[in-house]
Design a protein around this ligand. Structure first.
Ligand code: PA5
Length: 468
């Protein structure tokens, strides 16, 4: 099995580095360690009892084989691939493909590209949907519609639009063969429609929240179609899973990150967590993490039923770009953030700066340098500047970007989130706040069964008009 390779360096979150007001002491960390151990043990005990089903996803080798076979059969058959899904039903696949496929894969000639061009329809934005349908070659377009619940308005609306246009273009029978649905194996409207129409389907694993499904068919089918090594993803996740079995939090990077984030938020006022990788390829993982951390921990009620309004706001940033956009605020603005800078020891391309012009000696320092070295020095410099300004920052380091590392990130962040849920005393599963908005949308759009909510929403607020 692959070994876990993610390194966590937390020296810059300690009081010795950023002062008592902002940093954690050894004794604070030691005191939370026993609670973290309890949470680690609880998660594994629940898993042994048949819960925490997301933990098993890296073992589904049969699914990998099925997806690989499907991808091998369809990669070259199609010019274009439309992924329709939102939130947990799109962010995982997007992040894996961004991390592991060619950054300009849609622009490459078919002979140079692995798999069809990728188009994601997550938002029901009419302009983007219309442009997508005008761009793809419908005759050779594969559509994957993904929804765990099978009824999310954005996804179903985008799908119905695409289905109709596809049927008009290629006929109902061929359209049916060009559509694959990823949804609950038994229930939901998409399941019903897929069964009715005879679509090929892949399962969303029951008992796993949408935001934890990246290592199921939800993330892996689109990724495999775009050439990602999905077996490698699962191997990396399994390696991190081994590491997450350590009950001492200091040997368990996921639990340690959870404890640092929790203490920084609740004791040092770091209510914001900025995830800032120094690699364009990792930006999608920061975006995927944003949903995971926000929806899992942002809860009104604690597990005891009392109001707690828990959660730490996750923000994505990209090094070095956001040094020229956000870092001013992060270094000198409100000291309310914990930052996590991710560095890559060896980028997948070596690009050397040659030919600095004569007569401009101030550019000589770049002569002969690698761009990857510059990017990594930017990260080190930013960590130093943040620390000087008493801003706590963590560093994650990886040797390079490959499928196993990406799988490690997924498992680590998922484990970290569940441990953090325990520390905050909230249930990290479920998303009642998301469901409230979904139900209000159904009511406003006139869906049957939502009449009472529609009635409530239609009542104009009494009193002063505050519109301008
Ligand atoms: O984590 C979750 O479960 C949610 O954020 C969902 O992923 C998102 O709302 C999309 O839902 P569905 O897959 O049911 O269409």
């Amino acid at each position: 099995m692959t070994d876990s390779r993610i390194k966590l360096d937390y020296r810059n979150v300690m009081a010795a580095a950023v002062g008592d007001a902002n940093g954690l002491t050894d004794s604070a960390l030691r005191s939370i360690a026993s609670k973290a151990t309890q949470e680690i043990e609880r998660i594994w005990a629940e898993h042994a009892a048949g819960d925490q089903k997301w933990i098993d996803l890296p073992d589904n080798k049969a699914l990998v084989a099925e997806i690989e076979a499907f991808a091998a059969e369809n990669r070259d058959k199609y010019d274009d691939f439309i992924l329709i899904g939102i939130g947990g039903s799109s962010l995982g696949a997007i992040s894996a493909i961004q991390a592991l496929a060619h950054p300009y894969r849609n622009l490459l000639a078919k002979s140079e590209r692995v798999g069809p061009r990728l188009f994601v329809l997550d938002n029901p934005d009419p302009e983007k949907v219309a442009a997508t349908l005008a761009t793809v070659n419908l005759d050779k377009t594969l559509v994957n519609v993904l929804s765990k619940s099978g009824q999310t308005a954005e996804t179903m609306a985008n799908f119905l639009v695409v289905k109709e246009v596809l049927e008009q273009a290629v006929g109902k029978e061929r359209a049916r063969q060009q559509i694959v649905a990823t949804t609950d194996p038994e229930s939901g409207l998409l399941r019903k429609l897929a069964d009715q129409e005879g679509y090929r389907t892949f399962p969303v694993p029951p008992g796993v929240d949408g935001r934890q499904t990246v290592l199921s068919a939800v993330g892996m089918l689109p990724a495999a179609l775009c050439g990602v090594d999905i077996g490698g993803l699962l191997d990396g996740a399994a390696a991190m899973r081994e590491r997450c079995k350590a009950t001492d939090m200091f040997d368990n990077a996921a639990a340690l990150f959870a404890a640092i984030a929790y203490l920084s938020d609740t004791e040092k006022g770091k209510t914001i967590l900025v995830m800032m990788p120094y690699a364009d390829a990792l930006f999608g993982i920061a975006d995927w993490f944003r949903q995971l951390w926000a929806e899992s921990l942002g809860k009104r009620l604690g597990i005891d039923g009392k109001e707690v309004f828990a959660g730490q706001t996750p923000i994505k940033a990209l090094g070095a770009i956001d040094q020229h956009s956000q870092i001013q605020l992060y270094t000198e603005g409100p000291n309310d953030k914990l930052l996590c800078l991710t560095g890559v020891e060896r980028y997948r391309a070596d690009v050397k700066i040659d030919g600095t012009p004569a007569g401009i000696p101030d550019l000589d320092y770049l002569d002969g340098a690698e761009l990857g070295t510059l990017l990594d020095r930017e990260r080190m410099a930013t960590a130093w500047a943040l620390t000087e300004a008493k801003r706590p920052n963590l560093m994650l380091t990886i040797p390079t970007i490959d499928a196993a590392i990406v799988g490690e990130f997924y498992f680590m962040y998922e484990f970290q989130t569940v441990v953090a849920g325990g520390l905050y005393g909230v249930n990290p599963f479920g998303q009642p706040g998301v469901e409230a908005g979904k139900n209000a949308t159904y009511a406003l759009m006139g869906r049957e069964g939502y009449e009472a909510l529609r009635e409530t929403l239609s009542k104009a607020p009494a009193g002063t008009d505050y519109t301008a």
